[in-house]
Write a protein of this length. Structure first.
Length: 118
């Protein structure tokens, strides 16, 4: 399965962006999905995850109440709606496919850059 993330860009603090990650090949609905980010000089951070049927989600404390993960299995796409963006949200954002309950993700998209200006 190939994952293609898009939707990043430059936004002012307080603004919003929606990231999308489209999957091609394989059976999208058979996998849990997640969004990660990695800022320069920092470790990769798991932001949000969603169960394969979309009925269960989890969030990192750093983005809870600001970001929403969702998926459309008919479109083979997972989304990350980001609101209330802060300069510290600046990072490359990655979608990933794997097993939510185990916290293991073994298939990654190429990343999309989000830059939040103050």
């Amino acid at each position: 399965v190939q994952l293609q993330a898009c939707g990043g860009g430059l936004v002012q603090a307080g603004g919003s962006l929606r990231l999308s990650c489209a999957a091609s090949g394989g059976t999208f609905s058979s996998y849990d999905m997640a969004w990660f980010r990695q800022a320069p000089g920092k470790e990769r951070e798991l932001l949000a995850a969603i169960y394969r049927n979309g009925r269960s989600t989890s969030y990192a404390d750093s983005v809870r109440d600001r970001f929403i993960i969702s998926r459309d299995n008919a479109k083979n796409t997972v989304y990350l709606q980001m609101t209330g963006l802060k300069p510290e949200d600046t990072a490359v954002y990655y979608c990933a496919q794997g097993l939510m309950t185990a916290g293991r993700y073994n298939n990654w998209g190429q990343g999309t850059l989000v830059t939040v200006s103050s």
